[in-house]
Design a protein around this ligand. Structure first.
Ligand code: PLP
Length: 442
């Protein structure tokens, strides 16, 4: 039976009634135990059921339950001091939101405002990438590249340019790395030239494609080249780390893999580990100083920097530091990836396995040799999710990486606190799910 309040008619999910959660495990009303290898929507990095967070929440609400976002609280002050140690050097100005989409909106609006106050109001297009996901509000969808999520709103979205991502498995130029000239990066320069740099405010991308691409780390030359192109054309570089931030890829932020310093970094999800909704942007001090000098102002959301969210975010990051969870994500994640590759890369449905840290994706294809995706009508990802649930496992869906042809995949992105033995459980039960679905398809 579908959830009575559901508006998600095409959802790939089975309905579940979850009564309790602990660590990486979900417990349903009908007595099932499910290993959440998606960490929810790639959120619950520190695991569920942390008593100290529950106690802190009670204490904070008893002390102060709301403060106008223009004022400060000790929890917010502590969080900002801690965040400054986490974010790339120089990105020490923070703006808080209630989730990823709101934070993406804030980043886009900041870029538009920045150029306007600098006397360049014509710089108002945002370049982004196909097969990306940046959230569900209208500006976020406008920079998004998931065709089916955009479909019902195409008529009202901003007409902003998109370029293909760094995605060797389905290279649109049909080239092979490393002899390809990294055309996915030079495509940005071409697109800027086509529109004129004086019309482009920013480039926004996920450092590694997540929900639509099914986890796609780019080639190593990609980000340094992109940063250089943005810099030379006076275009702000906005990196969306909503999914990859706070340890998910085995570094505090994915940008650290390439020593990349964006102008604006967006984060959410892992910031509070799902204990409360929160998103944020971190902005380069230099840009903020310029804006301040020019008298710019930036409107808050009612729930920006909510005291409880700030306190919980600070506690979640403190836990990550105390338990060395970023390092754990790198170490345990490497073993998870190795085992996924060892046991599933030969599976007839598995076209590609890719990732790093606790961020792994499997792209599912009808024909491994030709990389032909399954027809979207077969709803293969939904079938795999349902089969995995029957085996006590949740993996996160990823649909759309083949563009108009669809594309199916699952993401294996467990909480960083999984036990060594859970790796075997995940791989074994995912294999059983794939076997069952494959038998039904052939
Ligand atoms: C990279 C990225 N950006 C933005 C969002 C939107 O975040 P939210 O769903 O919290 O609005 C998501 C959600 O999955 C995401 O993966």
């Amino acid at each position: 039976m579908a959830n009575q309040d559901s508006m998600f008619m095409k959802s790939p999910y089975e309905p579940l009634m979850i009564e309790r959660a602990e660590g990486a495990w979900l417990f349903t009303r009908d007595g099932r135990r499910i290993l959440d290898a998606g960490a929810g929507a790639v959120v619950v990095n520190v695991g569920q059921g942390r008593e100290e967070i529950a106690r802190l929440a009670g204490e904070v609400v008893g002390r102060v339950n709301y403060v106008l976002p223009v004022w400060n609280t000790p929890d917010r002050e502590r969080l900002c001091q801690r965040l400054a140690r986490w974010t790339p050097p120089g990105l020490n100005h923070f703006f808080f939101a209630s989730g990823g989409s709101e934070a993406v909106e804030a980043a886009i609006k900041f870029a538009l405002m920045y150029h306007k106050v600098k006397g360049r109001p014509r710089k108002k297009k945002i370049i982004s990438r196909w097969f990306s996901y940046h959230g569900n509000t209208l500006a976020a969808l406008s920079v998004g590249g998931n065709l089916s999520r955009r479909a019902d709103y195409e008529h009202v979205l901003f007409d902003w340019p998109h370029i293909p991502p760094s995605y060797c498995y389905r290279c649109p130029w049909e080239k092979t790395y490393p002899g390809c000239g990294i055309e996915c990066a030079t495509a940005l320069e071409d697109e800027i030239r086509r529109h004129g740099a004086d019309s482009i405010a920013a480039f926004i991308a996920e450092p590694m494609m997540g929900a639509t691409g099914g986890v796609v780390p780019p080639v190593k030359e990609y980000w340094p080249m992109i940063a250089d192109i943005c810099h030379r054309n006076d275009i702000l570089l906005i990196v969306d780390e909503v999914m990859t931030g706070f340890g998910r890829t085995g570094k505090r932020f994915a940008v650290e893999h390439w020593n990349l310093k964006p102008d604006v970094l967006i984060a959410a999800k892992g910031l509070t580990g799902g204990y409360i909704p929160m998103g944020m942007i971190a902005v380069d001090d230099r840009l903020i100083a310029e804006c301040e000098q020019l008298g710019a102002d930036f409107m808050f959301y009612t729930y920006s920097a909510h005291p409880l969210a700030c306190a919980i975010a600070d506690k979640v990051l403190e836990i990550m530091e105390r338990e060395h969870l970023v390092e754990r994500a790198a170490e345990v994640g490497a073993r998870l990836g190795a085992q996924l590759k060892e046991e599933l890369s030969g599976h007839p449905m598995v076209g590609d396995i890719r990732g790093t840290g606790m961020f792994w994706g499997l792209e599912l294809v009808r024909d491994r040799a030709t990389r032909t995706p399954y027809e979207p009508g077969l709803r293969v990802t939904s079938q795999v999710l349902a089969a995995a649930l029957r085996h006590g496992l949740f993996v996160y869906p990823s649909i759309g990486m083949a563009g108009k042809a669809g594309g199916d995949g699952v993401m294996v992105t467990p909480p960083f606190v999984i036990e060594e033995s859970d790796i075997g459980y995940i791989v074994r039960n995912l294999r059983s799910a794939l076997d069952e679905v494959h038998a039904g398809l052939s």
